[in-house]
Design a protein around this ligand. Structure first.
Ligand code: KIV
Ligand code: ZN
Length: 515
C-alpha cells in the first residue's frame, strides 16, 4: 500500500482555461482551501506567463505554509528564473519544467530536433536545481511520443536531478490499458526510474482522465495531477474529488490511500464555483447537486431500509450537509467571522468588516440567512482589491407600457456622480446610466441569474461577462477591448445585476491600476 501524492493544478492548468481566470485574491482564497483539503502539492501558476501570475504564485508561496508550492516553467532560462523567484518564500518549493517529446510537437510547435530537446532538458533541469532540490520534469504530449525517445529523455532528466517525472496525456488521447502499458514501459526501460516519483497528468478529452489516472496508479504511478471540479484546458483535467474518492471507496481493490481530508471536498468545490461563477453540472460525480440524491422510488425505499443498497459512500464523507439556517440580524461579528471561516473564507480585518456589512444588509431584508446565501452575498465582496466605483443609489421604472428608465448614483472617492438613461428593460437602463457616468462602454456578452435558495424572498445571484471598451480611459491606438466577469447577489435582482456589472468594471480598473 502506498500514499498517493495529490498534486493539485486547479490554479495553473485549471485557471488557464476560458472563464476560470482568477485574480490574486481569488487564487489565495483557493490556495488556503487547498491547504485545508490537505493536498500535497499546489501548482500555483505559471510565473513567466504574466506579472499577475508571478505575483499570485509569490503571494501563495509567502502565505500558504503546509503544501509544496510549485511554479511551472518551459525549458527556457527566463521561465525557470521567474518560477524560481516566485516560489522562493515557500517553506517547501518545487519547479515544474516541461518540454514536448512527441514528434508532432517538436517539429511544428518547438521547431527543435530530438538532440536539441535533450540538450534543453539537461540545461533546464540543471538551472532549476539551483533554485530548489525538488524539480519535476514533464515530457509534454507523452502519450503521442515515440516511447524509445521518451525513455532517453526521462533517463537524462533524472540523471540531471529531476525528482518527479510526469507523463502527461496532454491531449486526452490515451485509453486506460494503453496508458498502463506506457507506465510499465517506463519502469522497464528507464534504468534510473527508481530515483524519481512517477506522476500522471491526464486530460479529459475522451472522458477518460480519471480512469487513465487510476490505471497508471495500478501500474506504479505515485503522484496524480488533478483539479477541483475537473476544470482545465478544453474538456478539463482528471477531477481531484473523483480520483480521491475512488481511491478511498475502492481501497479494497486499488490498495492505496491519499492524505486528503475528504470532508473538505464539498466546501472546496463550492468555493471554486463561487469564485469563478461557473457552477458544477448537477450529475457530476461526487460534487454535483444530484450526486447523493435518490429520486427513483425503488432506490429511496432501498436507502431507507439500508443505506448501502444504493450508496457507495456517505454524503458526510465529502462534507456535504443541508444548507443550514445560520445567522440572523442579531448575530454578532464574532459569530459571523467563525461562520465565514467554516465556509472556507479566510478574511483579513477589512474584508471581514465589508462582508459583515453585506450580511447585516441582507439579514434586514431576509428573515432566514442560509450558508448558501452567505457564500453568494459575501463571496464577491472579498475578491475586489479596490472599488473605484461603488453603488450609492439606483431607481428604476418599468412596465409593459412605459419606457424603462434608470437613475443611478455612484461614489468615486469622495465624489457622487449621477446619470439617468433609458433602455429596453430596467437592467439595460441601469447599465446605460453607469456607462454614461464612467465613460466606459460595456457590452454584455453573458448574463445569468439564479435563485440561491428556495422561496420568494430568495437571494438572486447574477453573473455577468462584460466586454468593456476602454478607449476613453487609455487613449486611442491602444488595445481597448477587455472582457471581465462580475458576480453579485441580493434579494433584489436589479440591484444584484447592477453590482455584478460594477464588480466586472472594478476588476478591469483594478488590473489597470485606476484609482
Ligand atoms: O497537459 C500538459 O501536458 C501540461 C503540462 C504542462 C504538464 O499541462
Ligand atoms: Zn495539462
Amino acid at each position: 500500500m502506498a500514499k498517493i501524492t495529490i498534486f493539485d493544478t486547479t490554479l495553473r492548468d485549471g485557471e488557464q482555461s476560458p472563464g476560470f481566470s482568477m485574480n490574486m485574491e481569488e487564487k489565495l482564497q483557493m490556495a488556503f482551501q487547498l491547504e485545508a483539503l490537505n493536498v500535497d502539492v499546489i501548482e500555483a501558476g505559471f510565473p513567466a506567463s504574466s506579472a499577475g501570475d508571478f505575483k499570485a504564485v509569490n503571494a501563495i508561496a509567502k502565505k500558504v505554509g503546509r503544501p509544496v508550492i510549485c511554479g511551472l516553467a518551459r525549458m527556457v532560462e527566463g521561465d525557470i528564473t521567474a518560477a524560481g523567484n516566485a516560489i522562493k518564500p515557500a517553506k517547501k518549493r518545487r519547479i515544474h519544467v516541461f518540454i514536448s517529446t512527441s514528434d508532432i510537437h517538436m517539429k511544428y510547435k518547438l521547431r527543435k530536433t530530438r538532440k536539441e530537446v535533450l540538450a534543453m532538458t539537461r540545461s533546464g533541469i540543471a538551472l532549476a536545481k539551483k533554485f530548489t532540490a525538488d524539480v519535476e520534469f514533464s515530457c509534454e504530449d507523452a502519450t503521442r511520443s515515440d516511447p524509445g525517445f521518451m525513455y532517453e529523455v526521462i533517463t537524462e532528466a533524472i540523471r540531471t536531478g529531476a525528482t518527479t517525472v510526469n507523463i502527461p496525456d496532454t491531449v486526452g488521447y490515451t485509453v486506460p490499458e494503453e496508458y498502463g502499458r506506457l507506465i510499465d514501459g517506463i519502469f522497464s526501460n528507464v534504468p534510473n526510474i527508481r530515483n524519481a516519483v512517477v506522476s500522471v497528468h491526464c486530460h479529459n478529452d475522451l472522458g477518460l482522465g480519471v480512469a487513465n489516472s487510476l490505471t497508471a496508479v495500478m501500474h506504479g504511478a505515485r503522484q496524480v495531477e488533478c483539479t477541483v471540479n475537473g476544470i482545465g484546458e478544453r474538456a478539463g483535467n482528471a477531477s481531484l474529488e473523483e480520483v480521491v474518492m475512488a481511491i478511498k471507496t475502492r481501497r479494497d481493490f486499488l490498495g492505496h490511500t491519499t492524505g486528503i481530508h475528504t470532508r473538505e471536498i464539498h466546501k472546496t468545490s463550492k468555493l471554486l464555483s463561487s469564485i469563478t461563477g461557473i457552477p458544477v453540472q448537477p450529475n457530476k460525480a461526487i460534487v454535483g447537486a444530484n450526486a447523493f440524491a435518490h429520486e427513483a422510488g425503488i432506490h429511496q425505499d432501498g436507502v431507507l431500509k439500508r443505506r448501502e443498497t444504493y450508496e457507495i459512500m456517505t454524503p458526510q464523507s465529502i462534507g456535504l450537509h443541508q444548507s443550514k439556517m445560520v445567522l440572523g440580524k442579531h448575530s454578532g461579528r464574532h459569530a459571523f467571522g467563525r461562520k465565514m471561516a467554516e465556509l472556507g473564507f479566510k478574511l483579513d480585518k477589512d474584508q471581514l468588516d465589508a462582508a459583515f456589512e453585506r450580511f447585516k444588509a441582507l439579514a434586514d431584508k431576509k428573515k432566514e440567512v442560509f450558508d448558501d446565501d452567505l457564500e453568494a452575498v459575501v463571496g464577491d465582496e472579498i475578491t475586489i482589491a479596490h472599488r473605484v466605483y461603488e453603488l450609492a443609489y439606483f431607481h428604476t421604472t418599468t412596465g409593459n407600457a412605459t419606457i424603462p428608465t434608470a437613475t443611478v448614483k455612484l461614489k468615486k472617492g469622495g465624489e457622487l456622480l449621477m446619470a439617468a438613461a433609458t433602455g429596453d428593460g430596467p437592467i439595460d437602463a441601469v447599465y446605460n446610466a453607469i456607462d454614461k457616468i464612467t465613460g466606459v462602454k460595456g457590452r454584455l456578452a453573458n448574463y445569468q441569474v439564479r435563485a440561491v435558495t428556495g422561496d420568494k424572498d430568495a437571494v438572486g445571484e447574477v453573473i455577468v461577462q462584460v466586454e468593456f471598451d476602454l478607449r476613453r480611459l487609455v487613449g486611442r491606438g491602444v488595445s481597448t477591448q477587455v472582457a471581465a466577469r462580475g458576480r453579485a447577489a441580493s434579494t433584489d435582482t436589479v440591484e444584484a445585476s447592477t453590482m455584478a456589472y460594477l464588480s466586472a468594471l472594478n476588476r478591469v480598473l483594478n488590473e489597470r491600476g485606476v484609482r
